[in-house]
Design a protein around this ligand. Structure first.
Ligand code: AMP
Length: 299
């Protein structure tokens, strides 16, 4: 279901055009002005091509912080060679219109050379949480994410940052990074926004052809089936996951990178769910044609 953001348009707190900052200096000057007024600041990092999932994070920030910055930066360091860096959707005009309508106060949209000037040589790498799932399926991805998000946190100096549970492993990695580097920011996770048919909203859904779009909700449906079996205590986690993989392959998905049950905090593999079990989530990544879909649900 497309959920309207918690406070949605109602949280629109001003009619002013968002400040567009292209440089770190412009961003810091804007935030310093707010700080002098004693205002709290929220940050919503994105790669643009904004949809209702992104806007739910913006609404949460607007509802809980005095000022909201949305960053739009297609981060080259989180794309491997051969991935979709060049074709990633870039929709600046409609993104800015959506953020104006939502009531965001500032948009930080740096060029790659502003974020990674010549000579940039530092990578932030989080171990442990990145040893599974997309950490294996997309080597280097989380180093790119941790590096750019650490920079955004230090550049913006916000009080709170908002991330989607849609990218649940990323949320945990970013939270770990901020804690380990003593960056004084609260990392807030927000629920996944879905289409009415269950498909998680994603900028990459734009790549799906009409027949692929019709098939795409099968991923969430098979995950729910597996989650129900696991919850019902028929117990065999690996059989439930293997059956979901087989069903998706029969539907024309493939390759399936993973369908796995993992601890919701540590991402340790969970092989059985008993009454005493800690919170777990089912994670999936599968290709449909040229598009890689990911999703996760609580079990
Ligand atoms: P991206 O632009 O894909 O890097 O995503 C920017 C932020 O939006 C990340 O924190 C994502 O987890 C979040 N996000 C993306 N899709 C959704 C969604 N369907 N529901 C909630 N948050 C989302």
């Amino acid at each position: 279901m497309i959920k309207t953001p918690a406070s949605g348009a109602a949280s629109r707190s001003h009619d002013a055009e968002p400040v567009v900052a292209r440089t770190v200096t412009e961003l810091r000057t804007t935030v310093a002005g707010w700080r002098r007024e004693g205002l709290t600041v929220g940050l919503v990092p994105t790669m643009g091509a904004l949809h209702a999932g992104h806007l739910s994070l913006v609404a949460e920030s607007l509802a809980t912080c005095d000022r909201t910055i949305v960053s739009i930066f297609v981060n080259p360091k989180q794309f491997a060679p051969g991935e979709d860096l060049d074709s990633y959707p870039r929709t600046w005009d409609s993104d800015l219109a959506a953020l104006r309508e939502a009531g965001a106060h500032a948009v930080f949209a740096p060029l790659p050379a502003e974020m990674y000037p010549a000579g940039h040589a530092t990578t932030v790498s989080v171990s442990g949480l990145t040893d599974c799932l997309d950490g294996i399926a997309r080597p280097g991805f989380f180093d790119g994410v941790a590096t750019v998000v650490a920079k955004l946190f230090l550049q913006a100096g916000a009080d709170r940052a908002f991330f989607g549970e849609k990218d649940y492993q990323q949320l945990l990695v970013v939270r770990r990074m901020a804690a380990d580097l003593d960056i004084p920011i609260a990392v807030i996770g927000c629920p996944t926004v879905r289409e009415a048919d269950g498909l998680a909203l994603s900028s990459r859904n734009a790549y799906l052809s009409a027949p692929e779009r019709a098939k795409a909700p099968r991923l969430h449906a098979e995950m729910q089936t597996a989650a129900r079996r696991i919850r019902s205590g028929d117990g065999d986690v690996s059989a439930a996951c293997a059956d979901a993989v087989a069903a998706l392959q029969a539907d024309g998905f493939g390759p399936i990178d993973y369908i796995e049950l993992r601890d919701a905090e540590t991402l340790a593999e969970v092989t059985a769910m008993g009454a005493e079990a800690r919170p777990a989530r089912l994670f999936a990544a599968a290709r449909l044609g040229e598009t890689r879909l990911i999703d996760n649900i609580p079990v």
